[in-house]
Design a protein around this ligand. Sequence first.
Ligand code: GLA
Length: 750
Amino acid sequence: MGVTFEKKRKIFHLFTKHFSYYIHVNKYNYLIHLYSGKYLNDISKERVSERYMERYAFLNDEKKETMDEDYYFSFVASQFEVAPFGKGDKRNSPFIIEGENNTPITNFLFQSYKIIKGPYSKNKYPLPHVKFLSSDVTTLIITLKDEYKEVYLELYYEISEKFDCLIRFSKIINKSSENIKVKKLSSFELDLPSSNYNILALKGTWGNDTEVEMIPLNHSLTKISDNHGGRGFYFNPSVALVSNEASLDSGEVYGFSSIYSSDFSYEFKVDEIDQTRIIGGYNEETFEYLLKENEDIYSFETIIVYSNKGINGMSQLMHNLIRKRILPSTKSIQKDFILLNSWEGFYFDFDTDKIISLVDEAKKCDINLVVIDDGWFKNRNTDTTSLGDWEVDNKKIDLKKVINYAKNLGMKIGLWVEPEMISPISDLFKEHPEYALIPEDYKHPTLFRHQLVLDLTNPKVIDYIFNKISKIFDEYDISYVKWDFNRYLTESYSSFLSTERKKETNYRFILGTYELLNRFNKKYPNILLETCSAGGGRFDLGMLFYSPQIWASDETDITLRASIQYSKNIFYPLRSIGAHVSNRKIGSIQDKACLAFFGTFGYELDITKLNEEDKKQIKFFNSLFKDFHHVVEDGDYYAIFSPFKTNYVAWNVVSKNKKECLVYFMNYKKEQTKSRFLKIKGLAPNKYYFNSLTSDIYKGSFYMNVGLNLSCPMDPYFSALFVLKEIDDIRATIFRKTKQVDGGKRDKLM
Ligand code: GLA
């Protein structure tokens, strides 16, 4: 049981083997956060809560001052689980509700609790979520009621021993007869007694989609958020709080990842006595929700993990959970495909013959899926037209012929779509201009990439667009779909929604997107789905709930790609990161394949133009994919060199049984001879491993403590992928005696 309640002292303890989370219900029914961190089997509510600040005082029913005797409870500095709004705590608050009297004072007080074995039932939960099995978790539900309004707050805590994590979300229910505006709704608040941390955030822009940014905490409010309504490169919804003493492999790290694809926010506020408050939830900038009598609304879920094994420990906890309980299991067909996408090879310039010649060449190179990217539908020869008109452009491509041709070779065909969009130059816009997301009487909506967004707050639009794209997948035998989203929301106040609900547009839009994705998966369980948003602009767990992989970036040049993948690896399992070998300038096919191998792996170039040597390399990597990609898909990930701190980028992935390990290394700029060792992580210290790069055998402890000697001069972008494979003691001893001559003449490594 991962939750206990100590009745006398009113203390909840949520725990796993490594993690404890303590909450206390104080005598005024405030929920006080006592502790979260390394597992702890003893707690004092007094000693933990003491803050020598102004004591809580108020006018009682007799209009007399009541001063709190318990000096340790102070609005100024107590650690809350749900800080009130509009009262004495002037730090940030997680919930703000406003009644018809326009008074947003929000003061939720403890009422009752429930502990259930297994997860909270998600039958009515409208958003993507962790799909726990009943043996994975224990759930604590705490119900609070606002001091004056008949409005209730339910806090949910799903604590999982198995995955060593805590899932947080909440719900507000209006049981009063007045209309309530929910102005701020969060998944969690976490108050920590120190400010000794940096925020690790992933920021980015198109083409440099994710870069690690370490932001020191300070006394001003730091907000890591997005307000684009989806396709937000600016900040990713996964962040970590890294203690100042922590490194990649040691020290305290709290990881947070929100299962949401629209406007989120994490607030980090250091208070006047250097404590830190973290609040995660909908971004209040673009969120307001009307609750009529008996209506309710949920927050999205946020995963919280705690590691005292540094950033890598946090990454492994996230990866395990996401792989097993978020990615769609029905779509586990990823491993069956090695893909070749037409975009960077042809852009819009293709026809039946060109695609067929691509299929032919792909077959020769052991590639089994060819994806026809943008440009296959009605008049779509540039990005200025036709979104919404999802009908094959028969003049340009004979899709049936292509599919049959591929089928005869034992191959499959995939297609690109962008269902949430509408081009002003399209039949759809002519027929249904009201389907576009434009406010009433608003004449000059903003265009991005020449396109508008469909109003997915309107169920009719969802039906229309789903039927339209379904016709394609019903008629043509398609095995893979790339689902794109190339612009963000502007002027997003839907003309379909009533006046009082206009500010719900961004939230309802993403519900519409999820509805579309859900319908698609239900109807086409055998089509592999990859989402995309102008590259990796919507890379989050909301999308990964529906699609097992996301195209990580439109930047395929290894120089930026390596740091983009390194950054994404911190939170997201490598198998979810769409990565292709392209024709960009920097590096050879081999250099590019080394990097793409640590994502979904595929190609995106005109392979008919490659020379024989490059095609040989492609075949080699495709056979490596069959033999070893399972390590990337399911193994434990360790970052070794950060591209943001060193001239290199390196990581390794070890299979769960520690028998196989894949290592990636690249250097950025030319370097001369220099003492440089690549220390591998996570091997079994006493087992022998064969190293495919140097063809010799040493024990795990050698690779981990001495490392691989890379002290030679290096050209820029030198890239390596090598395999360490466990080998039994007898074979290792024979090999070392006969072949491995320590002290003899040795070849230079590179
Ligand atoms: C986006 C995607 C690309 C490609 C184009 C097609 O930019 O990120 O990979 O599919 O759209 O228009």
